[in-house]
Design a protein around this ligand. Sequence first.
Ligand code: RIB
Length: 323
Amino acid sequence: MAKNVLGADKSGRPRIVVLGSLNMDLVLRVAHAPEAGETLNGRSMTTVPGGKGGNQAVSCARQGAAVSLLGRVGADVYGQALRQALTCDGIDHTGVQTDAQQPTGVALVMVDDDAQNRIVVIAGANAGVEVDARDPDLAQRLRGAAFLLAQFETPLAQVVAAAVLAHRVGCKVLLNPSPAQALPIELWPLLDTLVVNEVEARLLCGLPADTPAQAAAAARALRERGVARVVVTLGADGAVAADALSCRHHPALAVKAVDTTAAGDTFLGALAVTLANGQSFDDAVRHGIRAAALCVTKVGAQPSIPDRNAVLQSALPPDWISL
Ligand code: RIB
């Protein structure tokens, strides 16, 4: 067993708990997005397992973590298919509830020839996720785990409840506040790591974060809220990482993108597992950038998430620059 692995299970894998959404993605390939009032003949439609929670859980599992997922699906074929996909990745989904009334969440993902996507999510069962902070089983899952990962496609109150419990039992909280939403004041002191894109950074600190220099100022402002580590992801411009030591710009890898869906989720999982393996923050950001670069070269959410070996065999990004 590697010495520095945080929250390791019996086989030495870091344990990670993910709270988040599970969607069936209906992926439409189109030449371009239709204008208002336009009817367009698309190229193809496929159903692909997705949802930010599911994707981040899959990314963690493919990077070698023992993953336990908390979420909610409907009692329908999409729910069954999503559970099956999680089983294939060895993810514990006994914490995924089944909603007898609401259907499984769906996301309509339109991907054009320039690799741009437009996504509409219908939350369905995700909106009913319940976290019982008094549940001893949940406390047991979180106790000794390296991280709780959460996003905002499940109700905010449930994210807060899980973060409170995680913090109480000593499990670090890694938050990806996507889709962008203001954070309740009580959530800030519970966060260990915050990963935001340009839009989320601006919403949370009021500063623009479109360039590495702007992202550095935004990351510093977010750290002043008490978060130990902040990453601002910048798409093709890489990412800016700030911790107590300094602020660094990590350039991206140049790749031919075909679909950026789940690139952020892939980054999150690779970052979390690398940190849990005891590696440095900068190594974790670089590993996340390499994983995301592989993800965007394939279409669809979960099918495009690479495993650890693929990432280790991929090209290295340029060195970081201190800001
Ligand atoms: O982050 C990508 C995900 O966002 C997609 O898989 C879709 O389901 C939406 O939740």
